[in-house]
Design a protein around this ligand. Structure first.
Ligand SMILES: Nc1ncnc2c1ncn2[C@@H]1O[C@H](COP(=O)(O)OP(=O)(O)O)[C@@H](O)[C@H]1O
Ligand SMILES: [Mg+2]
Length: 258
């Protein structure tokens, strides 16, 4: 990897049978940086995120992750066990639908503590107090700790999912439309929370969004996807203020009109 990116993907192509999910995607994510992937529904954003995070094996291309010890790991060449451990510790993944990222059968507190325990923490008491601390940081009241997530609102579910991911102090977090489907006011508060956490923890993140306003607020760099390919990329402000591709111009003008 050139420089010191925490993640570097080259030529990543993913297929679903004969359908292309994404084609020839290359990118780097540097420590402390938020990279946004934007594009309309079906443009391949989630597919790229799954390939980057090791959940979907590309038909071609490579994903390299630099781990906490400085070793370069080929994410898709790891054994299943090592890949899973990485996912439970150094990497986080906040799903678009919180139900995909949470265990709905156990309490909110257990959702957070369990990730620590499955990542190797042996002290149950320590896991529980770390869970408590994190639920406080995402503004979930202590008296809701023992509730099952099914009783939470959409915004709370997303905050719980964030706590569950961040409790292991990951170095790189993947966020798939983290504020999609929420009311505007709930969305604004969640975006503030994400921005504060990412800055405080100096996290690197790949953020998927179809909403360019979200990309503007959170990311330093932006890649625009269309039909599985990256068609434009650069500094977020530059791309949004002066889009070069007609498709990006269309996306930008449609948020201005919205
Ligand atoms: N599990 C799947 N099986 C078949 N096709 C899929 C599957 N998931 C996604 N696709 C297709 O891959 C393309 C990219 O989808 P996706 O990555 O989900 O886009 P986005 O997240 O930008 O909405 C679309 O054409 C979609 O229909
Ligand atoms: Mg998607």
């Amino acid at each position: 990897m050139i420089g010191n990116p925490v993640l570097a993907a080259s030529g990543v192509t993913c297929l679903y049978g004969s359908r292309t999910g994404c084609a020839d995607v290359s990118l780097e994510v540097h420590p402390g940086e938020i990279l946004a992937l934007a594009g309309e529904s079906g443009s391949g954003k989630t597919t790229v995120l799954k390939a980057l995070s090791g959940q979907l094996k590309p038909a071609a291309g490579r994903v390299l992750y630099r781990d906490a010890g400085g070793a370069e790991l080929d994410v898709h060449a790891l054994t299943e066990g090592r890949r899973r451990l990485l996912m439970r510790t150094e990497l986080g993944f906040v799903h678009q639908n919180p139900r995909d990222g949470l265990n709905m059968a156990v309490s909110a507190g257990a959702n957070v503590a369990d990730r620590l325990l499955s990542g190797g923490e042996r002290g149950y008491g320590r896991a529980r107090s770390a869970a408590l601390d994190w639920l406080g940081r995402v503004e979930i009241p202590a008296d809701r700790l023992d509730d099952r997530p099914g009783r939470y609102s959409g915004g709370m579910l997303q905050r719980l999912q964030i706590a569950r991911n961040l409790v292991t102090a990951p170095r790189l977090v993947f966020l798939d439309e983290p504020t999609g489907g929420l009311d505007a006011s709930v969305q604004a508060r969640l975006l503030d929370l994400i921005r504060d956490l990412v800055a405080t923890l100096k996290l690197a993140a790949v953020l998927v969004t179809h909403d360019l306003a979200v990309a503007r607020l959170l990311s330093q760099r932006l890649m625009v996807m269309k039909e599985g390919m990256v068609i434009e990329s650069g500094l977020t402000d530059q791309v949004l203020d002066d889009p070069q591709e007609p498709y990006t111009q269309l996306l930008v003008s449609s948020i201005l009109e919205a």
